[in-house]
Design a binder for this molecule. Structure first.
Ligand code: SF4
Ligand code: SF4
Length: 351
């Protein structure tokens, strides 16, 4: 039978989707309660099972076009260790996770540890059968960033290309889907972000907006047209994420934030080589193998002040660190600013 003649799988019922959403929410509430009760475990880990990507967005410094997947047994060992550390949320990123032949096995293992399973993808390789396999593996969250309406030299992550995939997700996904739109970073038409967010909300997904910073990744105020789009999209999505309005506004205005980054403690970035880093933009700190990472490392990094924090634009780490904003002032100081790659633009995802 040719692939063209394979019938599309039956979409899940509304009742099944609703039940999945309720149980997911309960697990999230439990994970927050556990994080409030103890500071000795990571809340979120982002893990890279393969650096290769099928696209080549000009602003991105997180992909290559040649690497092989991390062997499955090694990935499972890493996930099991994150589980032993008590990690609440494990998110698969890349590169492009959908290129990885072991994706479903990785997701299933994340769920087996008791963690919430997420992934960040460009969505190009999604098909109904694949979405059903992700459902069955137990995926909880998917994020897709869409940069523009029409593909151009900067990015092919475009609504025109991906709209069909979004419709597939709306029909078949049992997991939560968030669509991230962006402004800045050479995106030609700032109003595209509004079009993307409206489409996402219309299909029943949540939507967020991010800023792509040019050059060194330093804070930079939005231009007038970008600001108009920013305000419009924020007014559409503000209700769900009001806690972070202050942080978002400071970034949009090019101002610094006063906060305690808990990277290395509450948030871990695990590269394809199995090393623990603070985040995607601070690779090399602490830079030790995950297999050797212990509760002592978590406790130390939790209390370590990061010199890059005031001008940091990494929203997911800010959100994770928000859990502990009211306690445990940091003392030791590390200034990893020199690890920024010269000229490496930074993708900033803001919820
Ligand atoms: S932004 Fe995403 S889709 Fe674009 S090159 Fe980087 S990893 Fe690939
Ligand atoms: S860049 Fe941001 S998230 Fe990364 S270590 Fe610095 S302050 Fe933390």
């Amino acid at each position: 039978m040719s692939s063209a003649s394979i019938p599309s799988p039956t979409p899940p019922s509304r009742a099944r989707r609703r039940w999945k959403a309720i149980t997911r929410k309960v697990r999230e509430v439990v994970s927050i309660g556990s994080a409030l009760a103890s500071t000795d475990h990571p809340y979120m880990a982002q893990i890279v099972p393969m650096r290769r990507c099928n696209l080549s967005c000009t602003y991105c410094n997180e992909y290559d076009d040649f690497s092989e997947p991390v062997p499955l047994d090694e990935m499972l060992r890493r996930i099991d260790h994150l589980g032993r550390l008590g990690t609440s949320v494990i998110t698969i990123s890349g590169g492009e996770p959908l290129l990885n032949p072991h994706l479903e096995a990785i997701i299933a293992r994340i769920r087996k540890t008791g963690a919430i399973a997420g992934m960040i993808t460009n969505g190009y390789l999604l098909m109904p059968e694949k979405i059903h396999r992700l459902n069955e593996a137990g995926l909880d969250h998917m994020q897709i960033s869409i940069d523009n309406v029409m593909p151009d030299a900067v990015s092919k992550k475009s609504l025109k290309v991906l709209d069909k995939k979004l419709q597939m997700l709306a029909e078949h996904a049992e997991f939560h889907v968030n669509i991230n739109s962006v402004v800045g970073g050479g995106i030609a038409n700032p109003d595209d972000a509004r079009v993307v967010s409206e489409r996402a909300l219309g299909l029943g997904f949540s939507s967020t907006i991010g800023i792509i910073h040019d050059g060194s990744g330093q804070l930079r105020p939005l231009g007038d047209a970008e600001r108009v789009t920013w305000d419009k999209v924020r007014s559409m999505t503000r209700r769900s994420y009001s806690r972070f309005n202050h942080f978002q506004e400071a970034i949009a205005n090019g101002k610094t934030n006063n906060w305690r980054c808990r990277a290395g403690g509450r948030y871990l970035y695990i590269c394809e080589n199995g090393l623990v880093h603070y985040c995607s933009q601070q690779r090399g700190f602490p830079g030790v193998p995950l297999a050797d990472y212990t509760v002592d490392d978590i406790k130390r990094e939790f209390l370590t002040e990061k010199g890059c924090a005031p001008s940091c634009t990494i929203s997911c780490v800010h959100q994770v660190s928000f859990i502990d904003f009211w306690r445990a002032p940091q003392k030791d100081t590390v200034d990893p600013g020199s690890s920024h790659k010269a000229g490496a633009p930074e993708l900033v995802q803001i919820q």
